[in-house]
Write a protein that binds this ligand. Structure first.
Ligand SMILES: Cc1ncc(COP(=O)(O)O)c(C=O)c1O
Length: 398
């Protein structure tokens, strides 16, 4: 996206706004597809970015979709996605949500608790509906990642042998209208090294071999990192290591399908956020830029991903700045350690790059600020799309 274009868009649409370029998501998708074996099912983790233009693009490419709420399922259906392409991996696993998504045609479930299995069983028996089930497991405890979903601090999935929420206890109860298809894991987001996936695959498949379990599917979740900055192994390395491991296990135990669920790596690079400098102040020798947006519009701090910043300033001079947001709380820092930027003045634009994953759906209503516009650019034409607040409202109307 050219900076010049952004200046003219900012004249027409007041700041702050997100600007999505679906073409960039298309390129990421093609790169991921090339990196994994040809028959891999790619299920986009819908939670990463709800933009209808992104969903339509992936739907046109034949992708499947990973969801975790009834609202997400409704949104996908409203965007024209076929229910057969939707997998449902809930955190709560209640009867009500199962009833709802079944009524909308979803037939593929990832289950991560004994209670969840009982609920799905009861509802499918009542409705007399056959569904496919994967069991979500935690194959390894330690994963180096932006955020890990594995180990003693995780609430996700089940263990192999220990306790009520274990494969040993849950698997024999999958019967009747439930067809066991295999295993699922999701290690975290922005996973640092492909070897964690290989270790996790080995752990699952050794369990499969030892217990002579028949599987049709192994789902290795998402977490493949986006290259924001610094040393991140490219997606090709993840694809290569995972393909090699899957290949070896297929040779040893027979064929099974591979599903991957990328979110961040597909969409992070698709979106920029444009904000305006509204104030500059000096405190304790620090120059602080204040913008017309908060940290919630630019980053998700628990993901430990720093935004990439570009200032549109005509000044040749450089200054060291911190950047703070417009929220009335003291943690609202975007840049807390001084960085060198062209000298700015109120009215200048700041562009935050690579904010396409998880950022706009973490915006807060705090402060009752005007919500940022969500704009899409294709063939030099700018179109406005609904903000996740509007999508959530629409998806939960009934
Ligand atoms: C079950 C599941 N699959 C896939 C993803 C996507 O992860 P990422 O965006 O890091 O690829 C998530 C993210 O939370 C998830 O919970």
């Amino acid at each position: 996206m050219k900076s010049l274009g952004i200046e003219s868009i900012a004249k027409e649409h007041s700041t702050p706004f997100y600007l999505i370029d679906p073409e960039s998501a298309r390129e990421s998708f093609l790169r991921i597809r090339k990196s994994f074996p040809e028959n891999t099912i790619i299920a986009y983790a819908t939670k990463a970015n709800y933009s209808p233009s992104i969903i339509k693009l992936f739907s046109d490419f034949g992708l499947h979709f990973d969801t975790f709420t009834a609202g997400e399922v409704k949104h996908l259906l409203n965007c024209g996605v076929d229910a057969e392409k939707i997998m449902y991996t809930s955190v709560t696993e209640t009867k009500e949500e199962f009833e709802f998504v079944l009524s909308r045609g979803v037939r593929f479930f990832v289950i991560g608790s004994l209670n969840g299995l009982h609920n799905l069983k009861e509802v499918t028996e009542r409705e007399k509906m056959n569904v496919d089930v994967l069991l979500r497991v935690q194959p390894i405890e330690h994963v180096k990642a932006g955020t890990s979903t594995s180990g003693a601090k995780s609430k996700f999935g089940i263990l192999f042998d220990d306790g009520k929420d274990s494969v040993r206890n849950v698997l024999p109860k999958i019967k009747g209208y439930l067809n066991f298809n295999g295993f699922h894991f999701h290690l975290g987001t922005q996973v640092a090294d492909p070897r964690f996936y290989v270790k996790a695959i080995d752990r699952v498949m050794e369990y499969v071999r030892k217990n002579e379990i028949d599987i049709k599917i192994l789902d290795t979740g998402g977490g493949y990192p986006f290259q924001y900055s610094g040393e991140t192994p490219p997606i090709e390395k993840f694809g290569k290591a995972i393909s090699k491991s899957i290949d070896a296990w297929r040779k040893a135990l027979g064929n099974f399908k591979l599903i991957i669920e990328p979110g961040r790596s597909l969409v992070a690079g698709s979106t920029v956020f444009v904000a305006r400098v509204v104030n500059i102040k000096e405190l304790y020798g620090r120059k602080i830029i204040i913008i017309d947006a908060g940290d919630d519009m630019v980053m998700v701090k628990r993901h430990k991903v720093e935004p990439n910043i570009k200032v549109l300033s005509s000044s040749e001079e450089k200054e060291k700045y911190l950047i703070a947001g417009n929220l009335c709380h003291s943690a609202d820092w975007i840049i807390e350690e001084p960085i060198t930027l062209p000298r700015v003045k109120p009215g200048d634009l700041i562009i935050f790059k690579n904010v396409g994953a998880y950022v706009m759906n973490h915006n807060l209503p705090y402060g009752l600020r005007r919500k940022p516009k969500v704009l899409t650019i294709a063939d030099d034409e700018v179109t406005e799309e609904p903000h996740p607040f509007d999508i959530a409202y629409q998806s939960n109307m009934d």
